[in-house]
Design a protein around this ligand. Structure first.
Ligand SMILES: *Cc1c(COP(=O)(O)O)cnc(C)c1O
Length: 470
């Protein structure tokens, strides 16, 4: 056997061979998805020994590397694109967005600079404008494509920090935070942990928490009380889509009272912002369009592959001041439009907005609405079916994609989750909500239909019948 040279690893035929093998494996992965058991069947250590623990000394043909990767890793993959997968909040992949994502890697464009990689910047800019239109937000907002909603939250809150301090006469981007006016950072008691993380990274500290109601919605009366008679730099984080209940904060009341107090309002809508894309669920977002910044994910509800989050900010100047670098070695932009890198934390990055463009082009507004309606209908069907299982109850008002299930005791609920996941047909996450163990279903996959719901309910009934037997 002839030895592979360094040049052999990077030749055009070698690239084609590796891509062909990846293509075949990807099609096989997706085609057999509906019949796959959901949990990974090998652990990390076993997968690593299959991959080979030793760093190789010599080059190997790329196609062989891809074969080895597929063989070793596939048993360790979780079938999270299964139509019966309801874990965490995870979407699948729409064909157009997946294929576009492959091209993004093949094209390998650095999407940070408008005048240089014009092709992908054009598609991303359109995707950003279409997103705003679809979600009922001002299309003149600045849109940045981030790795996920965590970084989109960070981006929105960074713009907020810049703005509220500037309004108080303090340039934080020049002078830092120390010595400046303190910022009051308010959030609902059931905000997502990524909001806390973003606040920590930004030096905002722990949020002052406003109590929530039984569905996890921030209480506007308590918010009004907290804001009454106070002034100074203030940021409020609201939520569109509580991970347990799917509930939406009462935006109209909260935004009004916060704006009266001069606060910046940010909305974490990682999956919930998409309610705005269908006439049937749009009412949940009422008033959210008046906020100042929004974070969402394309890799959850829109079913774009990881990683793809979206930061949307109305005040472009504050966003660009917070995120821009204005480094002299970069080509100065000649247009009035920002370089994409001025809207997100990263400078160099993949053109992750292109798969969003492809998803929106593929679905159109009616297709996105149909996707949202399918998800909410499936969640409702699932909840109705759960209620019919003796001993199980649904704890939340099912308004969007989330269904929180409990058995008669915490112990039984935990066992229910373990039995369901071990059965392999359907998957939901064990969690805790309002001091109780829960089994949480998040309907986020475009492939989940009535049949998948029925099969999942059958699996849940099997698990419920076996509680106590183990
Ligand atoms: C998932 C989620 C996030 C974090 O998003 P990532 O894409 O994981 O960074 C933030 N908020 C809510 C409500 C979420 O569901």
């Amino acid at each position: 056997m002839t030895q592979t040279s360094f040049d052999d690893t990077r030749s055009a035929p070698a690239a084609a061979e590796a891509l062909d093998r990846a293509h075949a494996a990807a099609v096989d992965w997706l085609t057999r998805m509906p019949e796959r058991g959901i949990p990974a069947t090998t652990g990390v250590a076993e997968t690593q020994s299959r991959l080979g623990l030793e760093l190789p000394t010599d080059p190997e043909p790329p196609g062989d590397v891809i074969d080895a990767l597929i063989r070793a890793v596939e048993p360790g993959l979780m079938a999270s694109q299964s139509p019966r997968f309801f874990g965490w909040v995870m979407g699948g992949t729409l064909p157009a967005s997946l294929a576009a994502d492959w091209l993004v890697s093949a094209w390998d464009q650095n999407a940070g600079m408008r005048e240089v990689t014009t092709g992908v910047v054009a598609a991303e800019d359109l995707a950003g404008r279409w997103l705003c239109e679809l979600l009922g937000l001002d299309p003149a907002c600045d849109v940045g494509f981030t790795t996920g909603a965590t970084m989109a939250n960070l981006t929105g809150l960074a713009a907020a920090r810049t703005r509220v301090l500037r309004d108080a006469g303090w340039d934080a981007d020049e002078r830092g935070l120390a010595g400046g006016p303190p910022i009051r950072f308010l959030a609902g008691a059931e905000r997502h942990g990524s909001v806390d993380l973003a606040a920590r990274l930004l030096g905002l500290g722990a949020a002052e928490l406003i109590d929530a109601d039984d569905q996890g919605r921030i209480r506007p009366d308590l918010l009004a009380e907290a804001l009454a008679g106070r002034s100074g730099p203030t940021i409020l984080a609201l939520q569109a889509g509580n991970v347990h209940s799917g509930a939406f904060d009462p935006f109209a009341e909260c935004v009004a009272v916060a704006h009266d107090a001069g606060a910046w309002v940010h909305v974490d809508g990682a999956f919930g912002l998409w309610a705005g894309a269908s006439p049937r669920s749009r009412h949940l977002m009422r008033g959210a369009e008046d906020a100042d910044s929004w974070a969402t994910d394309a890799h959850k509800t829109l079913n774009v592959p990881y990683d793809c989050g979206v930061a949307i900010v109305r005040d472009r100047v504050s966003l660009r001041q917070a995120m821009g670098t204005h480094a002299s070695y970069l080509t100065a932009t000649t247009t009035a439009d920002a370089d994409p890198h001025e809207r997100v934390p990263e400078m160099s990055r993949r053109a992750r907005g292109v798969p969003v463009w492809a998803a929106l082009r593929s679905l159109g507004t009616s297709g996105v609405a149909a996707l949202m309606d399918r998800l909410t209908r499936s969640a409702q069907l699932l909840a109705d079916g759960v209620t019919a299982v003796p001993g199980l109850q649904v704890l939340n008002d099912v308004v969007f994609t989330q269904v929180c299930v409990a058995a008669s005791t915490d112990e039984a609920t935990r066992a229910l989750g373990e039995l369901l996941r071990a059965d392999g047909v359907a998957f939901a996450s064990s969690s805790e909500w309002h001091g109780r163990a829960v089994l949480r279903f998040s309907v986020s996959n475009a492939g989940t239909d009535d049949e998948a719901v029925a099969e999942s309910l059958a699996a849940l009934r099997r698990a419920a019948e076996r509680i106590g037997e183990q």
